[in-house]
Design a protein around this ligand. Structure first.
Ligand SMILES: [Zn+2]
Length: 246
């Protein structure tokens, strides 16, 4: 029997009464968990097998799946479901994890970021876009692709009068280096300072970072491209809903 904390990322119905879950766990990374009987009306594990649900799980390892033996709820994050913005951004956070990491690759830092993110989100009243941009920047950093913002990633120049962000090089580049990446994206002072601020400010304190919605949206679009490039994916499905909210 294995014990670990975990958050349900996704549920899929299996046959009449069972579910196959994608669960992000602290000890084993992302795993597929068979929850037998989760759809039975009087099932004891209904609350433990819904997206966002954060539990202490007892599992055993089978041939193709882990099997759920028992779940003790730590936080259902129920209040995420009380507001359309929270649930929409929340599903995007789950999809980010689900699509970005291979199975059974443990990353405790990323796990803690997810828990912290869901905790902050569950009582967030405004600043949703600012929150998600800060989350994205931290997420991609903890995944191992921290954007290089200190100086030109190519030549090391500190001159920031005229800079672009290069998705392919993973950081800012100076005007002497623009030719290296013709697809790099112009970054003005507000965008640059916003990125630095949101990367290094903790999620509870993002209201300290002053930035316009327009600049936030530009960072969001750029960082989504940067994440997709690094995880080798084409798109996130949950982003369509976020767009319609904006
Ligand atoms: Zn340079």
């Amino acid at each position: 029997m294995l014990k670990t904390e975990g958050v349900v990322l996704k549920e899929l119905r299996y046959r009449d009464t069972s579910k196959i879950l994608s669960v992000y766990t602290k000890k084993y990374g992302k795993i597929a968990v068979m929850a037998r009987g989760a759809y039975r009306p009087k099932s004891q594990i209904i609350a433990n097998t819904q997206p966002f649900s954060y539990n202490e799980y007892q599992l055993y390892r089978g041939k193709n799946f882990f099997y759920l033996n028992q779940g003790d709820i730590i936080d259902s994050f129920y209040s995420i479901r009380e507001r359309i913005e929270r649930v929409t951004y929340g599903y995007y956070m789950l999809e980010l994890i689900d699509k970005s990491i291979p199975e059974e690759q443990e990353n405790e830092k990323l796990f803690n970021l997810l828990i912290k993110g869901l905790t902050v989100l569950s009582s967030l009243e405004n600043d949703y876009l600012k929150f998600i941009v800060a989350y994205e920047l931290k997420f991609i950093s903890f995944l191992g692709y921290k954007p290089y913002l200190d100086k030109c990633v190519l030549c090391g120049s500190f001159n920031k009068n005229n800079i672009k962000f290069s998705i392919y090089e993973g950081g800012i580049i100076c005007d002497n280096c623009f030719v290296t990446d013709p697809f790099s994206i112009q970054v003005n002072k507000e965008i640059y300072e916003g990125m630095c601020g949101l990367l290094y400010t903790s999620l509870e304190k993002i209201s300290d970072v002053i930035i316009s919605n327009d600049s936030l949206y530009k960072i969001h679009e750029m960082i989504v491209e940067y994440i997709l490039y690094n995880i080798d994916r084409k798109k996130f499905n949950s982003l369509n809903l976020i767009k319609s909210l904006q």
